[in-house]
Ligand binder design. Structure first.
Ligand code: KG4
Ligand code: ZN
Length: 365
């Protein structure tokens, strides 16, 4: 089954072509890397980029796959969650292609995509994912710029939401702390690099909610503790209490390189520990056969190492998308999810009435 998939949930204009689980082409346009003054995506610019580049990226993907749109069996598109006005051009393009080429349309949840990215087989067939099959019951963890969620999966596409962040996502905490340390946006990768040169015991940051009897997190409490420490080190806390008139990124210039690296390392350790504490609880209680991870934050080596140790200790399998580009936003994961939807849900996988398909920015699994 051949699928053309579109993802415009954020600032990447992503197109993929798949045949069953195999990715034949994966193209994206993210040249603009649109940052707001505060470090983030400017939705209206993202929308403009998607509208301008969708035709080009589609053409390139089709060409790389050596196919025509006529050869497709279905068109798949992310309809949420994501930035409302960024989702729109992707959905409009998917509808246009479905109508023009008389193809059925599959509307895909972006976060289910992050989980099903694990089952993609990449173009060069070098991917470790070649051998991955989900084993149930499984625990699925999504850790991205917008999400920190834990699901119990009893079968394909059957999710019970059992844990979540009560405020910021783990990726957001990395990005906000990173911005204050002067790393730009997104900052996860830069924090990881800086942490390599720092001492993770230099500062004692909290592991919020560590003792609660649930699978929830609070990354806002951790982020706030780190920002408070930075302000203390730079003297801002004492000189301008409560004013907030300075820009957070300006604080970094008052820190030494060693202080920056120590904060990065201590924050990263606390962020990872926080996650592991609750995953350990969940694995111990639920005893899943497999831990399935999805989302950009799994690019973090310390986190991967700690999760792998945990899986080994409890003798369960662990999987995260390979190669690494499958962890961050991409349309290949949307194509693979759409394929599994057709296999599991059969006719119900398709969105028959095109007119009723709309973006759902806060879509949940
Ligand atoms: O899944 P993703 O690409 O996009 C969303 O759907 O949000 O995740 C992006 C998030 C960003 O917050 C980014 O800082 C974080 O993943 N990230 C990392 C690393 N690489 C990316 N966080 C920690 N360590 C990394 N190496
Ligand atoms: Zn994503």
């Amino acid at each position: 089954m051949k699928i053309l998939a579109i993802d415009t949930s954020c600032d990447d204009t992503s197109i993929a072509i798949s045949e069953d689980r195999k990715i034949l082409a994966n193209e994206f346009w993210s040249k603009l890397k649109l940052h707001s003054e505060l470090g983030g995506v400017v939705p209206i610019e993202a929308k403009r980029q998607h509208e301008e580049f969708l035709p080009l990226v589609i053409e390139k993907a089709i060409e790389n796959a050596g196919l025509e749109i006529e050869d497709m069996d279905a068109i798949a598109v992310t309809y949420g969650p994501g930035l409302a006005i960024a989702l729109e051009p992707g959905i409009e393009k998917a509808k246009e292609l479905a109508k023009k080429y008389h193809k059925p349309l599959i509307a895909v949840n972006h976060m289910i995509g992050h989980i099903y990215a694990n089952l993609a087989q990449d173009m060069e067939e070098k991917s470790l994912s070649l051998t991955v099959e989900f084993e149930f019951p499984a625990l699925a963890l999504t850790i991205s710029g917008g999400h920190t969620d834990l699901y119990l999966m009893e079968d394909h596409l059957k999710f019970h939401h059992i844990g979540q962040t009560l405020d910021d996502s783990i990726g957001e905490a990395f990005d906000k702390v990173g911005r204050t340390l002067g790393f730009g946006f997104p900052a996860g990768g830069a924090i990881e690099k800086s942490a390599l040169l720092g001492d993770e015991n230099a500062f004692k940051f909290p592991r919020p909610l560590a003792n609660t009897n649930d699978y929830n997190w609070s990354y806002s409490v951790l982020k706030t503790a780190v920002l408070y420490q930075i302000k203390k080190l730079t003297g801002e806390y004492h000189s301008k209490p409560g004013k907030g008139a300075y820009k957070l990124e300006d604080l970094a210039s008052d820190l030494s390189d060693q202080q920056i690296n120590d904060i990065a390392a201590s924050f990263q350790r606390a962020a990872v520990d926080s996650l592991i504490i609750k995953i350990r609880k969940a694995v111990g209680k639920i005893k899943p056969k497999m831990l399935i991870i999805g989302g950009g934050v799994i690019a973090n080596t310390l986190l991967r190492t700690e999760l792998e140790k945990l899986a080994e200790e409890f003798e369960i399998k662990i999987t995260y998308p390979q190669p690494m580009w499958l962890c961050t936003d991409n349309a290949a994961m949307i194509a693979i999810t759409a394929y599994y939807m057709t296999q599991i849900l059969e006719d119900k996988a398709y969105h028959n009435d095109l007119e009723t398909l709309d973006r759902v920015p806060n879509l949940e699994i």
